[in-house]
Design a protein around this ligand. Sequence first.
Ligand SMILES: [Zn+2]
Ligand SMILES: [Zn+2]
Ligand SMILES: [Zn+2]
Ligand SMILES: [Zn+2]
Length: 292
Amino acid sequence: MEESRSLTVDADMATLRLREQVKVPHGRNPVIRPNSDIDGLLECPMCQNSMYPPIQQCPSGHTLCFECKSQVNNKCPSCRKEMGHIRCLALEKLAVSLQLPCKYHPLGCEEMFPYYSKLKHEAQCVFRPYCCPHPGSDCLVTGDIETLLLHLRVHHKVDLQTGCTFNHRYVKQDPCSVDNVSWTLTLFNCFGHYFCLHFEAFRMGTGPIYMAFLRFMGEESEAKKFAYCLEVGGDGRKLTWQGVPRSIRVHHHTVRDSYDGLIVPRSLALYFSGGDGKELRLRVTGRIWKEL
Ligand SMILES: [Zn+2]
Ligand SMILES: [Zn+2]
Ligand SMILES: [Zn+2]
Ligand SMILES: [Zn+2]
């Protein structure tokens, strides 16, 4: 795990070095190259984000973003002087005339933006890290797809399966308890992409209901190019669902709460399970395909 991590970092550094050698063509606006000194001037020394008005300045001229000022108890982190209430208008005015690199430039985004458009872009940049898609207790790990795949398998011990069809058995004791059957996650690799099959139980009214849905490890625009179907049944009856996978940018709670998946009410789940209702025994089959 350590080794593959350092490999990724090395590759990133190589890409960065390569990019630094590439000249950015000058357009009508003053264009600066990523990692240049002017870009650095706008970087808050505390949070490393680009500073936006009101940019704060200490009596010696060190700058700091407004959000960080309260976190340093009004003391300049560079010289420890009292910050006071000095605003750095000159830097604010200079910034407006600049084209700046997206903050995800080290992750591969090549775009440059005017000062204010940059923020808007960064909130939607496709190079921004993904959050870990694992539905268990909130995991704070973020990264690109490769990083998350490794993380899911090593840290969360998630199964990875190859192929576009699946056939899963969910067996749980005491099916009346939601806590006992809160979720299961399986990864699928097909069409050169990765998909997360979620199986979750949540409480609705007096008892648990069960839900299965698929998320796509990538952007929503890519996810829409796929479709999937799920089936669960027993004793000659079955429920089917056909849907479109959602991007892992969409939180699994959001998918769940919008019922965008196969929903099995508890009574039906127990009926499909057969037996005496003491055990949940569901077989979920499904398929993923690419829409033309
Ligand atoms: Zn800051
Ligand atoms: Zn200072
Ligand atoms: Zn970007
Ligand atoms: Zn995680």
